[in-house]
Design a protein around this ligand. Structure first.
Ligand SMILES: NC(=O)c1ccc[n+]([C@@H]2O[C@H](COP(=O)([O-])OP(=O)(O)OC[C@H]3O[C@@H](n4cnc5c(N)ncnc54)[C@H](OP(=O)(O)O)[C@@H]3O)[C@@H](O)[C@H]2O)c1
Length: 407
């Protein structure tokens, strides 16, 4: 009989119960690899179990409670007691990561968190291990399945944002309170974690600028199609001017971008560097059984040393003003010279037009254009001026465009 590797399970909800079921099914398969048989020896929920008892009977603690407290307290106490910890808690890691990693290093234990970002897509391990030798320049990610599902349905079936959200809730892809997902906050937490690992510099959720998808319309999708663009909620972490920029916002992508073909509740992450060009990983981004697979993978990794705790090796500034390409749409009076005047104001701020579509709407016209990259501050200065011009009949709508293509 193989010796038991004891797991204390904190939280027994969607992921916790899926983890227990998966472990029951797979435990024997790990005996030949690790020489040990993983087994749950204690469970803590709001109504069941005692933390000290669970801890005393565990070699490793799996935290699947979520949120900050008491998860933070339990994770710290477990590590101080010399236990490895596996967690899928992106909020905790994106806000208290430095404290937790420092504690893991001090006590010589592992803190693993593959399930916290992009569900079963193994991006944490790839950044920490497979791509450890490369200097990452940029990461783009579709790291929230709920919003990707909503945007996919809006584009494919012409649904409004509200209709697509309701459908996502009926199918279980969105929670009853979808705020964290649709405002971009959930994706921002995940991008903070990815940026921290990619650039070895502290990144807190509060430093991530994020914008959600609530203001997007079926019209945006329609016009974008004519320009050959698809719309996604994109997380970006990149090196800029000796610092880094980490942000989440809706962005248009050209069809040749690897993330353009990621549809429905799937997640994907693109890692770019000079040496490797780009590597894209994709797969299911959430769900109990899927996330449980990532969590159990972490448990098995922790059973086989060596430990891998990310060190901070740099302190890079977070850059606020970065260059972006933009989609710009507005309703204008349908009269001669309008496009030339808009182009002139854009030109004064250094913006040049890449493509343009003009559609007649009776006595008005809709002007939709894509601009080459420019500093966001200069773009918004131009938009401010344009919005005050006499022939402009609607508030100009601006959405970023990711214009990289890989071949
Ligand atoms: N669901 C997903 O698809 C998914 C995907 C990726 C990552 N995650 C992450 O995985 C973690 C767990 O998510 P989940 O969806 O499984 O959550 P969940 O279904 O809400 O389950 C949470 C569990 O934690 C327990 N709990 C809550 N507060 C507690 C407290 N104060 N003390 C002890 N136990 C407490 C709950 O106890 P009761 O049973 O008594 O209520 C429940 O068993 C979160 O960090 C989440 O962000 C989830």
């Amino acid at each position: 009989m193989a010796e038991t590797f004891r797991i204390g399970l904190l939280g027994h909800g969607t992921v916790g119960s899926a983890f227990e079921a998966l472990l029951a099914e797979r435990a024997d398969a790990f005996v030949p690899i690790t020489g040990l048989r993983p087994e749950i020896t204690g469970v803590l929920t709001r109504s069941r179990g005692d933390f000290e008892e669970v801890l005393a009977n565990a070699d490793l603690v799996v935290e699947l409670i979520g949120g900050i407290e008491p998860a933070r307290d339990y994770v710290l106490r477990a590590m101080k007691a010399g236990k490895h910890v596996v967690s899928a808690n992106k909020q905790l890691l994106s806000q208290h990561g430095e404290e937790l990693w420092a504690c893991a290093r001090e006590h010589g234990v592992q803190l693993r968190f593959e399930g916290a970002v992009a569900g079963v897509v193994p991006v944490i391990r790839v950044l920490q291990e497979s791509l450890a030798a490369t200097r990452v320049e940029r990461i783009h990610g579709i790291v929230n399945g709920t919003t990707n599902y909503i945007l996919t349905e809006m584009a494919a079936r012409g649904l409004s944002y509200e209709e697509a959200l309701q459908q996502a809730q009926e199918l279980g892809y969105a929670e009853a309170d979808p705020t964290d997902d649709v405002t971009g906050r959930d994706a921002a937490a995940k991008m903070a974690i990815l940026a921290r690992l990619a650039f070895s510099t502290p990144v807190h959720l509060d430093q991530v600028v994020y914008e959600g998808i609530e203001h997007l319309t079926a019209d945006d999708m329609e016009y974008a199609k004519e320009l050959g663009l698809g719309l996604k909620l994109i997380g970006t972490a990149e090196r800029v001017d000796g610092g880094i920029s980490v942000r989440v916002h809706p962005a248009f992508l050209y069809a040749a971008h690897p993330l353009a073909s990621v549809h429905g509740p799937f997640n994907a992450v693109t890692v770019e560097s000079d040496a490797i060009t780009e590597v894209t990983l994709s797969g299911p981004g959430a769900g109990g059984p899927q996330t449980a697979t990532a969590v159990l993978g972490d448990v098995i990794s922790a059973m086989i040393p060596p430990a891998c705790t990310p060190e901070t090796t740099e302190t890079l500034p977070v850059v606020a003003d970065v260059k972006s390409a933009f989609y710009l749409a507005m309703e204008v009076d349908d009269e001669p010279g309008v496009l030339a005047q808009v182009a002139e104001v854009l030109g004064m701020q250094g913006a040049s037009i890449k493509s343009v579509v003009q559609k007649g709407l009776g006595r008005q016209a809709r002007l939709v254009m894509v601009l080459h990259p420019l500093l966001e501050s200069r773009f918004y200065a131009a938009v401010q001026l344009i919005s005050q011009m006499a022939f402009v009949r609607s508030t100009p709508r601006a959405i970023r465009v990711i214009d990289e293509e890989f071949s």
